[in-house]
Design a protein around this ligand. Structure first.
Ligand SMILES: *[C@@H]1O[C@H](CO)[C@@H](O)[C@H](O)[C@H]1NC(C)=O
Ligand SMILES: *[C@@H]1O[C@H](CO)[C@@H](O)[C@H](O)[C@H]1NC(C)=O
Length: 123
């Protein structure tokens, strides 16, 4: 499995922000990154409630999940990101350069990181 940027994705369009006293809508990486970080905080909360330590550095775990329990992420398999005079990349089955392994499936990731999934991954 290739490892690159991005590792993962999150639905991040039409986020309401306030800047300089004005409201506006944004989308893209600057909305997706904190959204994914929020999921990780909730996963860490579930681990702490189960008496487990927080996850720490995530990348090895993310790619182990991608390999052993790929339903932990919702694989994005269509769409593309044309821009800057190029046709961009296509989303494909598995990891791709637009959406990485996909968007988080919180329920499945929570079961994996708290040891409740039938698929055991050393976290
Ligand atoms: C993308 O995939 C989804 C889910 O399979 C499908 O519903 C949708 O029609 C597809 N969109 C395009 C543009 O192929
Ligand atoms: C993406 O898919 C389209 C339609 O199948 C194809 O024409 C294009 O060459 C693909 N782009 C890349 C970068 O593979």
């Amino acid at each position: 499995m290739p490892i690159g940027i991005p590792d993962v994705a999150a639905l991040a369009d039409l986020f309401l922000i306030f800047l300089g006293g004005e409201s506006g809508l944004i989308g893209g990486t600057s909305a997706a990154a904190p959204t994914f970080a929020g999921f990780v905080s909730l996963l860490n909360d579930a681990r702490l409630r189960s008496g487990l330590p927080t996850l720490g550095f995530l990348n090895p775990l993310i790619y182990k999940i991608g390999e052993l329990a790929p339903t932990g992420f919702n694989d994005i398999t269509n769409g593309s990101n044309p821009g800057c005079g190029t046709e961009g990349f296509n989303a494909t089955k598995g990891w791709d350069p637009i959406t990485g392994l996909g968007t988080p499936n919180f329920g499945k990731l929570k079961d994996i990181v708290t040891g409740k999934s039938t698929i055991k991954i050393n976290t």
